[in-house]
Ligand binder design. Structure first.
Ligand SMILES: [Mn+2]
Length: 478
C-alpha cells in the first residue's frame, strides 16, 4: 500500500519511516528544503513541497487509495493542509497529533473533517510504555519477595475457606513464581473444597489442597496468602510474609510484602503479571487453572473486569488447555442442587421482577448462591434474594443483573447490624446467627421469611435517595 506522509519533524519522519517500511511504500513531503536534502541523503524517500497547495499532492500522485498521514505539531495550519489533501482527492487521511494541544486539535478537526482520523502520538505510545514501566516495578517487587522466600525449607500458601478456582489457581501460580514444588510449597486451607464444580477442577488438574489448623501453621518457615487477607480468618493468622489479593485492602494485620489490587477482576490476573515480569515459564496446568479462574471470577468478563484481565486472558489462552476448561465448566447441575431449585420453585414468589425464596435448612452453603444464580437466569427476573439455614445461621444470597442498585448495599442495610454482610454490586451475601435473626424478626415460617425479603427489597428498590456508592466489603465471599 502506498503512504504519503506530510511531516516536518525529523524525529517523526525517521520513526514513521522505520515503522511503515517495508510493509508500505512511503513517501514524505516536507516544507524545508534543507531537511529534505538531509533526509534524502540518509536514504529516506522524501520531496520538498508546500503542503498547503493541492498541486503538491497531485505531483506526488495522490490517489483515493493512498493513505495520507499529516503530522500536527501545532505550528502549521492544519486546516489548509487537510483542505489541500481533500481537493487533491485524498480519502484515507490520518492526522498524527504531536504535543500537548493534540486533544484540542482532535476535536476541532473532527468537526470540520469528520472523515479524518486523529491519532494522538502520546496515546499511541503511552499504553505500551506505561505497561513496560509498571512491569519493571512489578519485577522489582517480585524479585524482593522471591529472595525473601528463597531460603525457606517449607512454605505455606494459605487459601480462603472452601477455595474457589481463583484461590487454587493463584496458589499454583505463586508456587511457580517461587520456583517450588508441591513438596516445598504447600497449598492449604482451613476448610477444604466442597462445591462440585470446584471439586471437578481439583480432580482434573490434580490440585492438592492440604487441610491446615492453627497448630500446623508453626511447621512452616514462611506463610503466603492469596485471594484473601488475614483479617478473613478472624485473628487466627495475624502475621504473614506475603499477601496477594484483589479484594479491597483491609487494616489490622502485619505483612512483609503485599500486592493488593482491588481494581483487578481476579488474583490470577495479578499473578499472571508477576510471572510475566520475572520471565518464569508458566506450566500448562497453571495456565489452565488461571485462565479458568479469570473466566469464573469475572463471570467471563461480566463483572468488575479490568483491561488487564483481558490482557492476562489473551496471554494465558495459548498456554492453556481449552478442552480441559470446557470439561471443568461442565453444567454445574447436580441432582441435589436441583432439589433446592425445586424447593425454591415451590415456596418462592416473583413480585415486580424480584424473586425471593426460603430454602429451609441446607447441608451445604453453596445451594443458596446456586439457587440465587439459577433464578436470575429466568426471563423477567432482575433480582433474586434466597435465604437458607446453614449451621444455625441464616444465609442470604442476593443477585441482580448488575445495572441497577448495589446488592452489597442491600445486605448491609438490612443485616449488618445483626450479622456479617457485604459483597459487590451484582452479588452479595449476609450471614446472621439464628438467635439474632429470631430476636429481630420473630419466629417466622417459610412464607414469612419470603415475605420479609420481598418487603426489604421493595423498600430498598423504591428508595431513590439511597446512597449508591459505597466501598465494597471484603472478607465476605459470595
Ligand atoms: Mn478471586
Amino acid at each position: 500500500m502506498r503512504c504519503l506522509a506530510v511531516c516536518q519533524d525529523e524525529l517523526v519522519i525517521r520513526m514513521l519511516d522505520e515503522i511503515l517500511l517495508p510493509g508500505y511504500e512511503v513517501e514524505f513531503i516536507v516544507e524545508s528544503r534543507a531537511v529534505a536534502r538531509r533526509l534524502h541523503d540518509a536514504g529516506v524517500n522524501v520531496v520538498a513541497g508546500d503542503p498547503r497547495r493541492t498541486d503538491t499532492y497531485l505531483k506526488a500522485d495522490l490517489s483515493p487509495g493512498t493513505c495520507v498521514i499529516v503530522e500536527d505539531n501545532g505550528r502549521r495550519s492544519l486546516k489548509k493542509i487537510l483542505e489541500a489533501v481533500r481537493d487533491a482527492g485524498g480519502a484515507l487521511v490520518y492526522v498524527l497529533g504531536v504535543g500537548p494541544a493534540a486533544a484540542k486539535h482532535a476535536e476541532e478537526s473532527h468537526t470540520e473533517f469528520p472523515d479524518v482520523a486523529y491519532l494522538a502520538m502520546s496515546e499511541l505510545f503511552g499504553g505500551p510504555l506505561l505497561t513496560e514501566f509498571s512491569r519493571s516495578l512489578t519485577r522489582a517487587r517480585v524479585q524482593q519477595y522471591q529472595r525473601y522466600f528463597s531460603d525457606a525449607d517449607r512454605v505455606l500458601i494459605v487459601l480462603h475457606n472452601d477455595p474457589d478456582p481463583d484461590a487454587m489457581a493463584s496458589g499454583l501460580a505463586l508456587r511457580n513464581v517461587l520456583r517450588r514444588t508441591k513438596a516445598t510449597a504447600i497449598i492449604g486451607a482451613f476448610q477444604g473444597v466442597t462445591r462440585p464444580e470446584n471439586l471437578r477442577m481439583v480432580n482434573l488438574l490434580d490440585i492438592h489442597v492440604e487441610p491446615i489448623t492453627e497448630a500446623s501453621l508453626k511447621e512452616y518457615d514462611r506463610i503466603a496468602m492469596v485471594d484473601v487477607q488475614p483479617h478473613y480468618f478472624g485473628g487466627l493468622i495475624d502475621r504473614v510474609d506475603l499477601v496477594i489479593d484483589h479484594h479491597p485492602e483491609q487494616p489490622g494485620y502485619s505483612v512483609v510484602f503485599k500486592d493488593i489490587r482491588a481494581d483487578y477482576g481476579s488474583t490470577s490476573t495479578i499473578l499472571t503479571e508477576h510471572l510475566r515480569a520475572v520471565d518464569v515459564s508458566i506450566s500448562e496446568r497453571a495456565a489452565t487453572a488461571m485462565l479458568y479462574a479469570i473466566k469464573s471470577d469475572t463471570l467471563f468478563f461480566n463483572r468488575q473486569t479490568n483491561r488487564v484481565d483481558l490482557e492476562a486472558f489473551s496471554y494465558l489462552y495459548p498456554l492453556a488447555d481449552a478442552a480441559l476448561i470446557r470439561k471443568m465448566e461442565g453444567a454445574e447441575i447436580t441432582l441435589d442442587r436441583l432439589d433446592y431449585v425445586m424447593k425454591a420453585h415451590r415456596g418462592g414468589t416473583l413480585v415486580e421482577q424480584v424473586f425471593c425464596a426460603f430454602l429451609g435448612p441446607s447441608p451445604r452453603e453453596d445451594f443458596i448462591p446456586y439457587v440465587a444464580d439459577f433464578f436470575l437466569q429466568l426471563e423477567d427476573v432482575k433480582w433474586t434474594a434466597i435465604a437458607g439455614i446453614v449451621d444455625d445461621s441464616m444465609l442470604i444470597s442476593v443477585r441482580n443483573l448488575g445495572y441497577s442498585k448495589n446488592a452489597g448495599e442491600f445486605v448491609r442495610r438490612f443485616f449488618s447490624d445483626i450479622g456479617c454482610a457485604g459483597g459487590h454490586r451484582a452479588m452479595a451475601k449476609a450471614v446472621v446467627p439464628m438467635r439474632e435473626f429470631r430476636e429481630k424478626f420473630g419466629d417466622l415460617d417459610a412464607a414469612g421469611i419470603t415475605a420479609l425479603l420481598h418487603d426489604f427489597m421493595t423498600q430498598f428498590l423504591h428508595d431513590v435517595g439511597a446512597a449508591e456508592k459505597k466501598p465494597e466489603t471484603a472478607g465476605v465471599k459470595n
